[in-house]
Design a protein around this ligand. Structure first.
Ligand code: CU
Length: 335
């Protein structure tokens, strides 16, 4: 190869590498990391990314060089010269990818290992999922439907499910795990930035799946401590409470139902604003009708709605006292 052709190859590689680097750097593919685990995760992604950019630049340069340099001349109908394999080249293009893949594997293994470590005294929060809500149980036994976390402390989330498979994903936290019925799965996060982050269910878990969202709020540790000390005083905030309206919110009814008093506008289920009409159709007294509609939704179907859409798990997931106040709350606020 002449010096000129080596220069050309090099120039193609620099251009291809520069364009790819610009695409990687200037488009915000990843959210700003908000936990120590996400920092490590982003590191492993960038590690693989830089290798990919270099490989792409080399391959693109060779490709462009060949297309430009060896293109057929007008009127040339001859065959190219016969070539046999090149053992040294084959050894090189096998050895280099092997080294690259091993390097990426080692970095990924270290990141996964470090991200699984909860330290000696993590804050353990139980995350109970259920169509289509999250409940967060703190060590003091109080339950909330918003996840509040202190900054700079290891938090271990123990996930479980009351019905089907759900998932817990906060993009900026860099960690994601499924909540599977019958077992407890867990993830560790150490928040490094205060702020508000959406929690998203990523397993298609039923008709209300798209609405299965919650929020995580990372607070300075002093703010968190004072919230924790006074938390749960206001019954409306506590999903474990028996106030009818908070049961309605915590159980996720609003994801599917229009209910003016509850401020919900879900359209998967029927409106709950005029239940007396359907109670009369079913030939039941209003309170009994509401109760049986919640515990055995398929017995009487609201006209025009399908069987099996409303979860039939509420009879076990809502306590007796919660159900009583939920029924009363709906009866008092419907027509
Ligand atoms: Cu879900």
């Amino acid at each position: 190869m002449t010096r000129g052709s080596i220069f050309k190859l090099f120039a193609y590689a620099v251009v291809a590498g520069a364009i790819t680097t610009a695409v990687a750097v200037f488009i915000p593919w990843l959210p700003t990391a908000a936990t120590r685990q996400a920092d490590r995760m982003w590191f492993s992604i960038w590690f693989a990314e830089i290798i990919a950019i270099v490989v792409f630049a080399v391959v693109a340069a060779a490709l462009i060089y060949c297309v430009v340099e060896f293109r057929v001349k007008p009127g040339d109908t001859s065959d190219g010269p016969p070539t046999h394999g090149h053992t040294m080249l084959e050894i090189i293009w096998t050895a280099i990818p092997t080294v690259i893949v091993i390097a990426i594997t080692i970095v990924a293994a270290i990141v996964i290992h470090d991200n699984g470590k909860a330290g000696t005294n993590p804050l353990v929060i139980k995350v109970v999922t259920q169509q289509f809500t999250y409940q967060f149980e703190y060590p003091n036994g109080k339950t909330f439907n918003i996840l509040r976390l202190p900054k700079d402390r290891n938090v271990k989330l123990d996930l479980s499910s009351k019905d089907v498979i759900h998932s817990f994903w906060v993009p900026a936290f860099g960690q994601k795990t499924d909540a599977v019925p019958g077992i407890t799965t867990s993830i560790v996060i150490t928040p490094t930035r205060t702020g508000y982050y959406p929690i998203i269910c990523t397993q298609l878990c039923g008709l209300g799946h798209a609405l299965m969202r919650s929020e995580a709020i990372v607070l300075e540790s002093t703010e968190y401590d004072s919230w924790y000390a006074s938390a749960g005083e206001a019954p409306a905030a506590a999903a474990g409470g028996t106030d009818g309206k908070s049961v309605y919110t915590a159980a996720g009814c609003g994801a599917c139902h229009v209910f003016t008093a509850g401020g919900s506008a879900g359209t998967i289920g029927s409106s709950l604003d005029n239940l007396s009409v359907d109670a009369a159709k079913a030939g039941e007294e209003l309170n009994d009708f509401i109760r049986s509609s919640i515990t055995d939704p398929d017995t009487f179907l609201a006209p025009g709605y399908a069987k099996g859409v409303m979860p039939s798990t509420y009879k076990s997931s809502i306590s007796g006292a919660q159900l009583d106040s939920l029924v009363q709350y709906l009866a008092e606020n419907t027509k």
